[in-house]
Design a protein around this ligand. Structure first.
Ligand SMILES: C[S@@+](CC[C@H](N)C(=O)[O-])C[C@H]1O[C@@H](n2cnc3c(N)ncnc32)[C@H](O)[C@@H]1O
Length: 217
């Protein structure tokens, strides 16, 4: 039996809601890692919005991105698996007097809504944290209106050595780290194309491993 398989028997499974509830306060206090790149991503995303846009963000975290985009769209539905993260997000929307947002505490894996409901779906810093990103990308595709876009920012860390990858697996089993998927930018692009998307915009900011992609249905 491989060591990884043996560990799966003796260590608890990674539960995203548990991990992120515990981490929410620290996440809220942590600064944006690359402010210029973040602002540029906001700017590019807004070129895809109209005043009539129906927008969904999954893994919205403490809501910084969702709340800043909300004034530019008709409605923004923000979901996250962590109720603690959502508490911060709701507080931010209230403080900013934003009234066109709704919040749902839900796991995106297994999430189902009406088909073709959204013009824009966002998933930032989340695709690499999912057990089955292909299934989520397929759900996103089905949930978008024809011509709608999926806007994502994703850390692609395939260059990491095997020792560190193993450390990440153990860390997530122990509840010290989230589950982290290892794939390259090319593999992520292929996953999006396999689901039926075409790539409308792709940008890897300097000194960053987080690729920003706008994929069109
Ligand atoms: C790294 S944070 C990113 C938060 C925000 N999107 C940002 O860019 O700052 C990941 C977020 O995804 C949420 N999350 C993790 N797994 C999830 C899942 N399976 N379904 C929904 N949300 C999830 C976590 O609770 C956390 O708020």
């Amino acid at each position: 039996m491989q060591l990884g398989t043996a560990l799966a028997y003796i260590m608890p499974m990674y539960r995203p809601e548990k991990f992120w509830n515990r981490f929410a306060k620290r996440y809220e206090k942590s600064p944006v890692s690359n402010e210029d790149a973040y602002r540029e991503k906001l700017k590019i995303t807004r070129t895809y919005f109209t005043a009539d846009s129906e927008v969904l963000e999954f893994g919205c975290g403490t809501g910084t991105t969702a709340v800043s985009h909300a004034p530019f769209v008709k409605h923004l539905h923000a979901i996250d698996v962590s109720s603690k993260m959502l508490e911060f997000a709701r507080g931010k929307a209230e403080a900013a007097n934003v009234s066109n947002m709704t919040f749902t505490c839900a796991n995106i894996e297994g999430f189902s809504e009406g088909m073709a409901d959204y013009d824009v779906i966002m998933g930032h810093n989340i695709l690499h944290l999912l057990e089955d990103k292909e299934a989520v990308i397929a759900t996103v595709y089905d949930t978008l209106k024809p011509g709608g876009v999926f806007v994502s920012s994703t850390s692609c860390i395939s260059a990491m050595n095997r020792f560190l990858q193993f450390g990440l697996t153990i860390g997530s089993r122990l509840g010290l780290l989230p589950l982290v998927g290892v794939f390259s930018v090319e593999e992520l692009v292929q996953s999006l194309k396999n689901a039926g998307f075409t790539i409308d915009y792709q940008w890897l900011p300097e000194n960053s491993d987080a690729v920003f992609i706008v994929a069109k249905k």
